[in-house]
Design a protein around this ligand. Structure first.
Ligand SMILES: Cc1ncc(COP(=O)(O)O)c(C=O)c1O
Length: 389
């Protein structure tokens, strides 16, 4: 379930930060690729950052213009590159010399040139879970930033490659300003060096990764007190990052995903059973890791709120799904008001990396998606049926 107003507000909030600055915000489609939500975001004037042919197809179908699309990813296949060149997308964020060579060949065959930004690995530890940290030297992403000058000088010699700029993406759910500030400094200094070396840089794509609040999103006297983990990424962007990036004299772009869509979404689950063992209280619900894998995969925290808040006593609870894995949980040892069979729970801030990471594991059809606009509910994706499995 998604709230339309939240998505619009988050898009506008970001755009306001950039007011008066030559920029482009590319929504990271991987965070949530529901076509209706993409349509909404494209109508807000954002571009799209895509990571596959499928995401490119969805973005184009949902109204994003090709020129406002960037293609990111460490493993683009030849057919994906050809498809994107054919549609004349804005730029490719490239991650290796092999990829640049392939791009040159495919562009040559198409009689075009491909605009590129070189993704750099800045070897910065941005904190957070290792699986969503992408800019350490040991990670597969980008080219070592110390090699930027030589790689880009070489790329400039290729006839079907048009070097436009540089790019970095540190990771996801980064809640502190410091890693962003460090990376901004490195990138701006590097642009100065590249220009001295004769590499013309027009665009600096700063990536995404801006962290959002997950804890204490809803507060109520009858809910357990949850310390909010408030992060105001828009303020960090405006105050700490943008002034540095502007020194580059480039068009600045960013690729936010989570920070646009996370807060808009809620996963609704129904309590199937309340079960007490010698060690634990389990609340077994009808949604699990196949619907929302973030807790199991990243140990991620989602606030859980009963749909009807009562004065029920609080108890320490594991909220678990129906799947045949002990890793199938939505919350562990969480203080929650006592709930019983038939009650509903809202798993908060589930708009990003929720449905897109869902699966049919254990023969379970995916849930429906609904868009809420004031008092109006629109079904924006049908619930899957067993026949579709
Ligand atoms: C290249 C790239 N850009 C943007 C994003 C979006 O990140 P986030 O949703 O944390 O803003 C990602 C996701 O990790 C990514 O890999």
């Amino acid at each position: 379930m998604y709230r339309k107003r939240s998505i619009i507000d988050h898009c506008r909030h970001i755009e306001n930060v950039f007011e008066g600055c030559d920029h482009l915000t590319y929504y990271a489609v991987k965070a949530n690729s529901n076509r209706e939500l993409l349509r909404l975001i494209s109508q807000e004037g954002l571009g799209a950052d895509i990571g596959s042919k499928g995401e490119l197809y969805l973005a184009l179908e949902s109204g994003f213009s090709a020129q406002r699309i960037t293609f990111s990813g460490v493993g683009k296949r030849e057919d994906e590159i050809a498809y994107a060149i054919d549609r004349d997308i804005g730029a490719f964020n490239v991650e290796s010399k092999d990829e640049i060579e392939l791009l040159d060949q495919v562009a040559k065959r198409a009689g075009r040139s491909a605009r590129i930004l070189l993704r750099l690995n800045l070897d910065i530890d941005a904190g957070g879970h290792g699986y969503i940290s992408t800019s350490l030297r040991r990670n597969k992403f980008g080219v070592d930033w110390q090699q930027a000058v030589s790689v880009l000088k070489w790329a400039q010699t290729l006839r079907h490659i048009d070097v436009r700029g540089i790019h970095s993406h540190l990771g996801s759910q980064i809640t502190k300003a410091e890693p962003f500030v460090t990376s901004a400094r490195i990138l701006v200094d590097l642009i100065k060096q590249l220009r001295r070396e004769g590499v013309i840089i027009h665009e600096l794509d700063f990536g995404g990764g801006f962290g959002v609040q997950y804890r204490g999103f809803v507060s109520h006297p009858q809910l357990p007190n949850e310390e909010p983990d408030v992060t105001n990424f828009a303020a960090i962007l405006a105050k700490d990052i943008l002034p540095l990036l502007k020194e580059s004299g480039c068009c600045i772009s960013i690729q936010p995903g989570r920070s646009i869509i996370a807060h808009a979404g809620v996963l609704l689950v129904k309590v199937l059973y309340h079960k007490e063992t010698a060690e634990k209280v389990f609340v077994v619900v009808d949604g699990g890791m196949n619907d929302l894998i973030r807790p199991s995969l990243y140990n991620a925290y989602h606030q859980i709120v009963p749909l009807e808040i009562s004065g029920a006593p609080h108890e320490k609870t594991d909220v678990v799904g129906p799947l045949c894995e002990s890793g199938d949980w939505l919350a562990l040892d969480r203080m929650l008001p006592r709930v019983d069979c038939g009650d509903y729970l809202a798993i908060m801030c589930a708009g990003a990396y929720g449905y897109v990471l869902s699966s049919n594991y254990n023969g379970r059809p995916r849930p429906a998606e609904v868009l809420i606009d004031g008092g109006k509910c629109t079904l924006i994706r049908e619930r899957e049926t067993i026949e579709e499995l």
